[in-house]
Design a protein around this ligand. Structure first.
Ligand code: FAD
Length: 378
C-alpha cells in the first residue's frame, strides 16, 4: 500500500515514525523548507508520553525536556486554587508529564526519518479521489497516485478545503502570546504554574536546560488590531497585575524576546476521514490549549490509526474504525478544553471569587485521579 502524509508537524512526523516502523511505504510532504516547529514550548501529558513510549521515543523526549511534578493553578497573587499532581499520576501510571521546547520535540520526532521519503517546500495544488485512490498534484506539477492520503496539515488544513469539507473554526474569545526565556531561579524546575487573573492568564512551564516556556492570554475581540500590533512595553503593562514572580519575569524581558501572538480557535466541524483521506491532529479536531492536550490527541490519533490499519481487513474498514474510535474522544477533549478556557477567563469579581473558593474546596487528589482516568482512556 502506498501512503502519503501531508504536513510535517507533530501528527505528521509521529505518523511517519509509526507507519514506517510498521513497514509501509510512506512519503511526507511539508510546505515549509525545513522540518521546524512553529511556537515556543508545550506540555506533554501522560497519554502523550504513553504514545511516545510505544514509538520508542519517550526516553529521548524525557532527556530533552523537563519532568513536571505539578501544574499549579494560582490566582493573581500566587495563592493556590488547584493543581494537577503529575508526580502522583506518574506513580500511578508510570508516565511522566513533560515540558519541552517545540524544536526539541520536532528533532526527536524527525529522528531517523531518512528511511522514508520527506519532501520539503512542497504543497498540493489539486486532489481527486477515484477508484479507491487519491490522485494529487504536487506544486512541482507532477501527478501522483496513493492508496491513502493522511492529512496532518494543521488547523487551517488545505486538504480539508481541497476535498470540499466544511471547516468551522470557533474563536475562543481570547488571544494569546507565547515565548521562551531563561528560567529565573524563583521558579523551580519541576513546577509549572498557570495564573488566573481577571480575564487574563499567565503560564510558566519549565522545559529543561534552564529554559522556561511562557504563555499569556487576554479576553479580546477576534483579530484585535490593538493586541496584534502591541509592543513589548504594552505586553508588560497588560500583564502587570500578577504577583512578584511574573512581575520579575516581565521586568527582565528584553525587546529581542520573540513574542508569538495569535488568536486561539478550535474546530467545531470534526472530520476524521473521507474516502481515502484520513485526518489526524489539528486538521481533524483542533482544540483550544486549555488542557494541554492538542499534541496528545494528535499522537493518540497516530497509534489508533496504525492499529486500525493493522487489525482491520480493508482500508475502508480501518478508516471507519478509526473514525468511530476517535470521534467521541476528541470531541470530549475539545469541548472540555473550551469550557475550561471560558471559566478560566472569567472577569466578574464575584464569579471569580466563587470559582476559586469552590476549586479550593475540591479534594486535590480527586482532580488528579479524574484527569488520570480521562487521559489514559483511549
Ligand atoms: C498556544 C498553544 C499552546 C499549546 N499548548 C499545548 C500543550 O501544552 N500540549 C499539547 O499537547 N498541545 C498544545 N497545543 C496544541 C498543539 O500545538 C497542536 O495540537 C499540535 O501542534 C497539532 O499538531 P499537528 O501536527 O496536527 O498540526 P501542526 O503542528 O499545525 O502541523 C501542521 C504541519 O503541516 C504543515 N502544512 C500546513 N499546510 C500544509 C500544506 N498545504 N502542505 C504541506 N504541509 C502543510 C505545516 O507547515 C506544519 O508543519 C497548543 C496550541 C497552542 C496554539
Amino acid at each position: 500500500m502506498k501512503l502519503v502524509i501531508v504536513g510535517g508537524g507533530i501528527a505528521g512526523l509521529a505518523a511517519m515514525q509509526s507507519l514506517v516502523k510498521t513497514g509501509y511505504q510512506v512519503s511526507l510532504i511539508e510546505k515549509s523548507p525545513h522540518l521546524r516547529a512553529y511556537g515556543a514550548g508545550l506540555m506533554l501529558g501522560i497519554n502523550a508520553m504513553k504514545v511516545l513510549e510505544s514509538l520508542d521515543l519517550s526516553a529521548e523526549v524525557i532527556k530533552r525536556g523537563q519532568s513536571l511534578a505539578a501544574m499549579n493553578i494560582v490566582d493573581e497573587t500566587g495563592e493556590l486554587i488547584g493543581k494537577s499532581d503529575n508526580a502522583w499520576m506518574e506513580v500511578k501510571t508510570g508516565y511522566k508529564t513533560i515540558g519541552i521546547d517545540r524544536g526539541a520535540l520536532h528533532d526527536v520526532l524527525s529522528n531517523e526519518l531518512a528511511a522514508g521519503d520527506v519532501r520539503l517546500d512542497a504543497t498540493i495544488s489539486s486532489l481527486v479521489q477515484r477508484n479507491k485512490k487519491v490522485i494529487i498534484t504536487v506544486n512541482d506539477g507532477k501527478d501522483e497516485e496513493y492508496d491513502l492520503l493522511i492529512a496532518a496539515d494543521g488547523i487551517h488544513s488545505s486538504i480539508r478545503l481541497l476535498s470540499g469539507d466544511v471547516s468551522q473554526l470557533r474563536y475562543s474569545g481570547y488571544t494569546c502570546w507565547r515565548f521562551v526565556v531563561d528560567r529565573p531561579p524563583s521558579i523551580e524546575s519541576e513546577q509549572a504554574y498557570e495564573y488566573w487573573g481577571c480575564g487574563k492568564r499567565f503560564g510558566l512551564v519549565p522545559i529543561g536546560n534552564d529554559r522556561l516556556y511562557c504563555f499569556a492570554t487576554v479576553n479580546a475581540s477576534v483579530a484585535n488590531y490593538h493586541y496584534k500590533n502591541m509592543d513589548m512595553d504594552g505586553f508588560k503593562a497588560l500583564f502587570s497585575e500578577f504577583d512578584d514572580v511574573v512581575a520579575g519575569l516581565l521586568e527582565g524581558l528584553s525587546d529581542d524576546v520573540q513574542l508569538i501572538h495569535g488568536d486561539l480557535n478550535d474546530q467545531l466541524a470534526l472530520c476524521m476521514q473521507q474516502g481515502r483521506i484520513v485526518f489526524l491532529g489539528d486538521a481533524a479536531h483542533a482544540a483550544t490549549p486549555n488542557m494541554g492536550q492538542g499534541a496528545a490527541m494528535a499522537l493518540e490519533d497516530v497509534v489508533v490509526l496504525s492499529e486500525c490499519l493493522t487489525v482491520e481487513k480493508t482500508v475502508d474498514d480501518a478508516l471507519l474504525a478509526y473514525e468511530k474510535h476517535r470521534t467521541p474522544r476528541v470531541k470530549t477533549i475539545r469541548d472540555r478544553s473550551y469550557m475550561i478556557g471560558k471559566v478560566a477567563q472569567w472577569e466578574l469579581p464575584l464569579a471569580r471569587r466563587l470559582r476559586n473558593a469552590l476549586m479550593r474546596m475540591m479534594p486535590q487528589g480527586g482532580l488528579s485521579k479524574d484527569l488520570c482516568k480521562l487521559l489514559l482512556k483511549y
